[in-house]
Design a binder for this molecule. Structure first.
Ligand SMILES: NC(=O)C1=CN([C@@H]2O[C@H](COP(=O)(O)OP(=O)(O)OC[C@H]3O[C@@H](n4cnc5c(N)ncnc54)[C@H](O)[C@@H]3O)[C@@H](O)[C@H]2O)C=CC1
Ligand SMILES: Cc1ncc2c(c1O)C(=O)OC2
Length: 304
């Protein structure tokens, strides 16, 4: 069905109060040439999407995201019931969506198994983006790029048109992500980028982002609110500042944020709708506010 027809049906839906009369800003996702809205739904975290036994809440959240005009959905083979939950709602809207999942397998055969299972769970025959999940160490890069490495699955799946684009993700070590981007022409990278991360001695903002930017690789940001911690103790005032900062970093194209509730999803959507790039003075002011609090707001950097 034509996307315009789907739009009309969504707009006319009876439960569609407060829907996307104002569209979110959209940007080209680097070299992919695909335009995506600046805010996509995260499928992980301690949220209904990825926690067992919360299917009704998950479905309600995904349906609301569709109503709002969210088109970017991020999930992973490792996120519990997340892929299955998305598969309950998204197939009807598949043609308009940008669907991204991940594999944490580092070998070709394991990655293929993950891909086949992801497609089944998501009830689709293709992905817009398939990513190598949480790549943290040199040993992982070496496995990925070995003769029987996961990169082979990426190349085969791309050739068979099962995936449109490939990416590499991580929040542990920017030098590893940068090395991955130097080593292989990934289409995208999903990395942790927030105003506290900027002060980390090995910062994704200063070490991985410029490499992606120089190659015009699509950059999807995560950890925007540092799981909400950035809003505690008055470090930042709210999501307008958190999203404002990350989405104003040169080279960042969009972000994914998970939501605990429909209410939180709606709040974040409104912030994305109203987004205006911050100027240098505003960026510096936010960096000043996170300067003393960078450590507790980059706790996720220890995860591998
Ligand atoms: N290595 C990888 O590839 C990883 C990918 N991800 C992806 O990124 C998505 C985003 O997750 P993260 O960046 O890990 O977490 P995040 O920093 O975006 O935290 C999401 C949490 O922040 C809180 N939050 C969201 N909006 C809020 C608001 N308006 N006010 C107060 N609190 C709010 C909620 O508790 C929510 O569950 C994930 O769902 C997942 O899809 C996440 C982690 C690692
Ligand atoms: C290592 C690790 N820890 C937490 C999370 C992820 C991850 O890769 C993820 O993708 O979403 C939340």
């Amino acid at each position: 069905k034509a996307i315009e027809q789907q739009d009309r049906e969504i707009a006319a839906a009876p439960n569609n109060q407060g829907a996307a009369t104002v569209k979110m800003p959209e940007r080209l996702l680097g070299n992919t040439g695909v335009k995506v809205p600046i805010f996509g739904l995260g499928g992980a975290g301690q949220t209904p999407l990825s926690q067992p036994g919360r299917e009704a809440e998950a479905v309600a959240q995904i349906e609301r995201a569709i109503e709002l005009g969210i088109r970017y959905f991020d999930t992973a083979a490792e996120y519990g019931p997340s892929e299955e939950n998305l598969g309950k709602v998204l197939p009807k809207y598949r043609s308009r969506l940008f669907l991204a999942t991940k594999t944490s397998a580092r070998d070709r055969d394991g990655a293929w198994k993950d891909l086949e299972r992801s497609l089944k769970r998501l009830k689709t025959d293709r992905l817009d983006l398939w990513q190598l999940h949480h790549v943290s160490f040199q040993t992982e890069l070496d496995q990925i790029f070995s003769t029987k490495g996961a990169i082979k699955a990426i190349e085969e799946a791309k050739q068979q048109k099962i995936i449109r684009f490939s990416g590499i993700t991580g929040h542990h070590e920017p030098a590893i992500i940068a090395a991955g981007l130097q080593r292989y022409p990934f289409d995208t990278t999903l990395i942790s980028l927030n105003a506290a991360e900027k002060h980390h001695p090995r910062s994704f903002v200063t070490s991985a982002l410029p490499v992606a930017q120089a190659k015009n690789i699509g950059v999807i940001a995560m950890k925007i609110p540092a799981y909400g911690k950035l809003f505690q103790n008055g470090v930042l005032d709210g999501m307008h500042q958190a999203m404002g900062y990350t989405l104003s970093l040169p080279g960042v194209h969009c972000c994914v944020i998970a939501a605990d509730s429909v209410k939180q999803l709606e709040e974040n959507f409104k912030v994305a709708q109203a987004f205006k790039p911050l100027n240098k003075t505003e960026m510096a002011a936010l960096e000043k506010r996170t300067a003393a609090a960078w450590q507790e707001n980059t706790f996720f950097r220890q995860w591998t």
